[in-house]
Design a protein around this ligand. Structure first.
Ligand code: ADP
Length: 617
């Protein structure tokens, strides 16, 4: 067995790997950028090595620094986690060439599955069903369009080097094809340095079904059943579960066997995932499930598989990397109950899911579920990395039990002042289609506003919080029983509101306590309530309409001109930050009074971009 392991990653996955390695008696070495010096993964590891500045391309993505850190710390092996260098075949080769153990598949297996077109071609040879489409060398727009016409619309254009939901365009009709191709190529060239594409038939009612596979260096390959990751936002997974709802035994056997064939075709060693797309318009049927791609690493959503199989997949990885055979054979593996995972992101659903950064003054997640996280109260969410801050995983005897446990845990979470998608996740888990196990990848896009959590706390929660906040002392001048109602003016996240709280006041145990502010948590969301007069904030001033940059980034488009009339919610500026594009919108109907944003400009957090003057109402 490996005696010492370097984890070339950060956040929750680094902490997760450290936990298993430690339980196996393996010495752990973390790496960290300057921005992560105080991070949980650094403190949890036995040793830690600084590998450079905050920007990932100068630290977590620099293979030589990571190998040097392994050498310097005496680590024998490197676990890449997911993302960063985990699917970089050249890095895997460099690790081996440096005399270190790579916890992952052979570089050739990574290469074989790295490009979507070559991987599909190889799968066709191995007898694995693939999505109908065009994989050819001829990349002229005329040929690609002719192929799309022949496949029949809608089609999907995919960058062959794509990943993470980037470099894909759905095309509804032939006359939109060439524009979509151009924009897909542009994104592919800038994100992946390769503008080649393939064309696939767009699958109706698509469900994302993937199979966990595991191989060892002795030629054994098993599967650990399927996961369903159909609940997606912009092609990114939001909630994942195992097993897939509505999967019968025969269909399961067929898709899992295809996954094992796929892994064997590339001599697969270690943990991998074969992703399939299913046309579920008539339920899950073996003849309507096609190979999409293979991820040659551990997945974010691996805990749901761990929950239903009772196995520790990181332990399996470390055993296999040490040369041991797989811990179990296929017939020793079985499904126990149902598990669902939700990804908690530091982002604000009310602001178009804009990432939210800052210090976690409050960070409490509900109980009764497994929590994998890389942060704690006091941690700083920086703008440099992926905004996923935790995963909550519920396991129960039935799907419904797991669903309720997960919704309850999210419901009980208190995170402040960083915003999260917890309220959105609760809405998604409670959506009738999800409850029924009838989810396709388009659900979130179709529902749109329908999945938005409440903008304000309930009247009851507000009344209770207001009563706690001011206590009886603040109302010494009132005669409670004489007044028909006791109401007050408060600021809820800076917005002035009136709260009627006479009844709630009667229930407060220690009404003389007078607090400066309270957090209200409800349905997974958290708000800050302060007495109106305590703040002295001028209401309705010009500052109201100031649209500031919420984080450092680059302005990629300015959609309005000075003096222009805008409607509430209208896009003003597009900001690129944290590897994503974000729209900043008008806070209310009005006129663009000042325009400071310039396309192409770099901005820091808090920079005034646009100021909107409220329309007279
Ligand atoms: P990436 O490598 O960027 O993650 P994938 O090829 O895995 O891209 O596709 C990501 C998601 O896009 C899938 O989970 C699915 O929701 C959707 N998708 C991919 N291919 C198709 C298709 N042919 N028809 C419909 N949806 C698709």
């Amino acid at each position: 067995m490996i005696a010492s392991l370097l984890i070339a990653n950060r956040g929750e996955i680094a902490c997760r790997i450290i936990r298993t390695a430690r339980s196996m008696g393996i010495h752990t070495v973390a790496v960290y950028s300057d921005a992560d010096a105080q991070s949980l993964h650094v403190r949890e590891a036995d040793d830690a090595v600084n590998i450079g500045p905050a920007a990932a391309r100068e630290s977590y993505l620099v293979g030589e620094r990571i190998i040097a850190a392994a050498k310097a710390s005496g680590a024998e092996a490197i676990h890449p986690g997911y993302g960063f260098l985990s699917e970089n075949a050249d890095f895997a080769q460099d690790v081996a060439d440096a005399g270190l153990v790579w916890v992952g598949p052979k570089p050739d297996s990574i290469r074989a599955m790295g490009l979507k077109d070559a991987a599909k071609a190889r799968m066709i040879d191995a007898g694995v069903p693939v999505t109908p489409g065009y994989l050819g060398e001829d990349q002229t727009p005329e040929r690609l369009k002719a192929e799309a016409d022949a496949i029949g619309y809608p089609v999907l254009i995919k960058a062959v080097a794509g990943g993470g939901g980037k470099g894909m365009r759905q095309v509804e009709a032939g006359d939109q094809f060439l524009d979509a191709l151009q924009s897909c190529r542009r994104e592919a060239a800038s994100s992946f340095g390769d503008d080649r594409v393939l064309i696939e038939k767009y699958i109706a009612s698509p469900r994302h079904i993937e199979v966990q596979v595991f191989g060892d260096a002795h030629g054994n390959v098993v599967h650990l059943f399927e996961r369903d990751c159909s609940l997606q936002r912009r092609h990114q997974k939001v909630i994942e579960e195992a097993p897939a709802p509505g999967m019968d035994a025969a269909t399961r056997a067929s898709v899992c066997e295809a996954a094992v064939r796929a892994a064997k075709a590339v001599d697969y060693v270690g943990a991998g995932t074969i992703e399939f797309i299913a046309d579920a318009s008539e339920g899950l049927r073996a003849d309507r499930i096609w190979f999409m791609e293979m991820n040659t690493r551990l997945q974010v959503e691996h805990p749901v598989t761990e929950a239903i199989t009772g196995q520790d997949l990181v332990e399996w990885q470390l055993r296999v990397a040490s040369g041991e055979p797989l811990p179990l054979t296929q017939d020793q593996l079985a499904i126990d109950g149902h598990a669902i995972e939700a990804r908690l992101y530091a982002e604000d659903p009310a602001k178009g899911f804009l990432p939210s950064i800052g210090t976690l003054e409050a960070f409490e997640l509900g109980e009764g579920v497994r929590v994998d996280t890389g942060v704690e109260q006091g941690s700083v969410i920086s703008p440099y990395y992926d905004p996923m801050i935790a995963k909550l995983i519920a396991h129960g005897p039935t799907r419904e039990a797991a669903r309720e446990a997960l919704a309850d845990a999210l419901d009980d979470s208190v995170v402040w002042p960083v915003r999260t998608n917890a309220g959105f996740l609760v809405e998604a888990l409670d959506h009738p289609a999800f409850v029924a196990g009838d989810v396709d990848t388009g659900l979130i896009a179709r529902e749109g506003e329908g999945l938005m959590p409440a903008a304000h706390p309930s009247d009851d929660a507000l009344a209770e919080a207001a009563a706690v906040l001011v206590g009886e002392g603040a109302f010494a001048g009132f005669r409670l029983n004489a007044a028909p109602r006791v109401a007050g003016r408060f600021l809820l996240d800076g917005e002035t509101i009136e709260i009627d709280f006479a009844e709630a006041l009667a229930d407060i145990a220690a009404p003389e306590v007078t607090l400066e502010s309270v957090l209200i948590s409800e349905g997974g969301q958290t708000w800050l309530l302060t007495p109106w007069r305590a703040t002295g904030v001028a209401q309705g001033g010009a500052a109201d309409g100031a649209v500031l940059s919420p984080m450092p980034g680059r302005i990629i488009a300015v959609d309005v001109a000075a003096g222009q009339q805008v409607a509430k919610g209208q896009k003003l500026v597009t900001l690129e930050a944290m590897k994503m594009e974000h729209s900043l919108v008008a806070p209310f109907d009005g006129t663009v009074a000042e325009l400071r944003a310039e396309a192409g400009g770099q901005v820091t957090e808090g920079t005034l971009l646009v100021s909107v003057e409220r329309a007279e109402s």
